[in-house]
Every structure is written in structure tokens, then in C-alpha cells.
Design a protein around this ligand. Sequence first.
Ligand SMILES: *[C@@H]1O[C@H](CO)[C@@H](O)[C@H](O)[C@H]1NC(C)=O
Ligand SMILES: *[C@@H]1O[C@H](CO)[C@@H](O)[C@H](O)[C@H]1NC(C)=O
Ligand SMILES: *[C@@H]1O[C@H](CO)[C@@H](O)[C@H](O)[C@H]1NC(C)=O
Length: 430
Amino acid sequence: MKFIHRKTHQDRAHILPKRYLQWVVWLSLSLCIFFLSTFSTAPHFRRPHQHSFLRKHTSLASRALIAAGDSELPGGAALPDSLSLRIYIYDLPSSYNRDWLANPRCATHLFAAEVALHETLLGSPVRTLDPHAANFFFVPVYVSCNFSTANGFPALGHARSLLSSAVDFISSRHPFWGLRGGADHVFVASHDYGACFHAMEDVAVAEGIPEFLRRSIILQTFGVDRPHACQDVEHVLIPPYVPPELLQRPAPPSVATPPVRDIWVYFRGKMEVHPKNISGRIYGNGVRTEIWRRYGGDRRFFLKRKRHDGFRSEMARSVFCLCPRGWAPWSPRLVESVAVGCVPVVIADGIRLPFSNAVRWDDISLRVPEREVTRLEPILRHVAATNLSAIQRNLWDPANREALLFNRGMKPGDATWHVLKALSAKIHRR
Ligand SMILES: *[C@@H]1O[C@H](CO)[C@@H](O)[C@H](O)[C@H]1NC(C)=O
Ligand SMILES: *[C@@H]1O[C@H](CO)[C@@H](O)[C@H](O)[C@H]1NC(C)=O
Ligand SMILES: *[C@@H]1O[C@H](CO)[C@@H](O)[C@H](O)[C@H]1NC(C)=O
């Protein structure tokens, strides 16, 4: 594979005239203040425990104004301590990233966190144009957008060579990769087995994390609660991408009773009668097949085997939404169900869930062990009779929902914000 290397405009950034920089500072600050004032009036964020959070960010705006007088670049000094980091974003040739956007799915499918994070960081206050001032270096490569013509899924066969070519590119033009062997460089690995860049666990484990990435920080969707070859790297567990604009977010309830939901249990996804068996590994560990076999005829279970439009509104009408594993333990349903206020029922042994210090997963979801999937109905019936409304009330807390969504244009408390918070905590690693 050949990539066209050319001079890029980061090389010109050093010689930007001072006036231009000041203009950038003022524009960013105006946008920031505009955003903060809009945000602080949004009803979702008026709940009491959010207040200290908002105060922090409002004082951040005034501190930013003061800093602007000193011609500070947008970023670092203007941020609260928890987000005091600066990120330099490499300006790679478009063959590594933007060219893939020719296919609109690239920016919207479940692996699109790599696109959303890049676009959001470009406009975020932590971005620095001065690589010497950076704590971290973001390498924006869209590895998940080469959709196979055969089945429509992203082909990952080219991922390693694309990434290694990107690393060659940056290390031949900048000293920063070499300085710390990539330890302060950040990559996104948003597909099944994360940093192993393969959809099948046995191949992923056999191939492992590419040697050249082993010292870097990987933002990845894959996570389990035991040692695993595909998470044996400094990493941040991130949620899968679900386009925020497609989700009807429920308003916080004004009454103590949950809204009426006419579907008891909802699931959409593959439920083959004979699940794929690839060298002894059964798709979804057979869990989905079992759900279909047991509950396919039960009218309280709304099981859809094919993709269909309007599935998100069906989720919003449902009490419980099943999130069984596929090839990998995680699934976009985790985010979709929380976002629409349907109680996620996680059936994926050993899964580690994203942002567990911000999202109170134990309070907003249920976990059913894979081997107990045959008892799904009595388990859910028991919860419905005991603590369902407590779980639903927790689920309405907008903080949980917002933490799982990558907005274009970072919002305090959203997924990008939590990624940055996790990175700030790693500033002194190496
Ligand atoms: C996309 O994936 C296919 C199949 O793995 C591969 O043959 C092709 O080279 C890839 N395209 C690019 C531009 O990397
Ligand atoms: C899956 O395939 C393996 C051989 O690759 C076989 O030994 C095993 O019995 C199969 N399992 C099922 C449930 O079909
Ligand atoms: C609800 O009850 C189930 C067991 O029936 C328990 O596993 C779960 O932790 C409880 N959740 C909450 C939020 O109380």
C-alpha cells in the first residue's frame, strides 16, 4: 500500500503571525463562552449534583478571558486541573483519515469513535498547535472505514500496515515519536478486539498488539476483567459510537412513576439457529441462539433478527434491552439502551464496561451470566417485581447517558471529556 506523503500545514504552524494566533484565541474563547452559556441553561443539566461541575466550567471561562490577555493558546491554562492537558494532533495526509469519509458510514457506524474523537479534538480547548507544549500526541488514522464489498463489514486486514505507515510518516518528520518511543502518542482502536486489530479472538490473540504500538496509549472499546493479550497496553476503555443526533433522549421525569413502556424485552441482532462456528469458536458463545430458541415464541420478548428502521424508538418503548456478546463482549446496544432509557441487560461474561468511575453501571444495568440465559425470563420477572423502578430512576440521570456519547463539539461530561480526563491522569506515566 502506498501513501502520498506531502508537506502539511502543521509545518507552517510555527511561523503563524501573532495576530492570527490572537484571532484564533478570541474565536475559540467566544465559542467556548457561547457554548457554556447555552449548556448551563439546558434542562438536562439542572440537577443538583451537576452544579459544582458547572461552576467549575463557568469560572474556567472567566479564567480563560484573563489568560487571553497573555496571548495564551487555547487550552491548558484555561482548563480546570482535572483537564489540564494539551494535545498535539498530527496533520496526516488525507489518505490516512479524511479520504475514507467519502463513504458516509465512516463517520456514523459503531466503530466511528476514531472519527468523532479526531474531529472533536481538532476544535477542543486542549488542542495545542505547538508540539513542544504537548503532553500527548494524537495520531488520527481511520482504520475502521474500509468496508468490505462482500459483507459490508469493515475489513481490518490493512489496519496494521496503515498504522505502521502513519508511524513511519510522523517519525520521519518529527522528533516526538522518537523521544519517548511513542509513550505519549494516542491511537484509537474502536473495533472488536481493540489494539489487536482483528474481529476474531483467536487470531487477535495470536497476532497480538502490533510491536510498534506497545508503548503507546490506545483508546479502545474492548475490555475484559482478566488479563488479555488485546488489552495488555496502556489504554482507556471507550464506549462504542452511536450518533447522538439519532437518539431521542428522554427528558428527566417530572413524576416519580416510570413512563409506560409497551415492550417488555427487546433485542435486535443475529440469532442464527446454527451460529457460526469458526475453528471451535461459536458466534456469541451461542447465547443469542439460546435466546431465540427459548423466547422466540414468547410475546413479551420482541426479538428482531434483521436490521430495521425505527429500532431505536422500539428500544425507547422497551423496559429491558438485551446486550448479549457477539464475537467480542461489547456491543453498541450498551450505549443505545442507556441513551433511550431502556435497562441494559448485559450478557457477556467478564466484560469490563467503559468509564466505570463515571457511569454507575451497577445501578443502571443488569448482568446475567451467559450460562443463565436460559433463565432470563424468571430473572427479569424478579427484577420487575423488586427493584426495576430504582434502576429506571438511576438510568434517567443524564450524567450516565451523556458520558457514553461522543458529541461533535465536546460537552463537559460527555465521552470525549471523559477520555481527556483519563488521559490527564496519565500525564506523569512513562
Ligand atoms: C481494504 O481492504 C481490502 C480487503 O482487506 C484490501 O484488499 C485493500 O487493500 C484495503 N484498502 C486499502 C486502501 O487499504
Ligand atoms: C465447532 O467446531 C469444532 C471444530 O472446529 C468442533 O469440534 C465443535 O464440536 C463445533 N461445535 C459446535 C457446537 O458445533
Ligand atoms: C436489582 O436486583 C438485582 C437482583 O435481583 C441485583 O442484581 C441488582 O444489583 C439490583 N440493582 C439495583 C440498582 O438495586
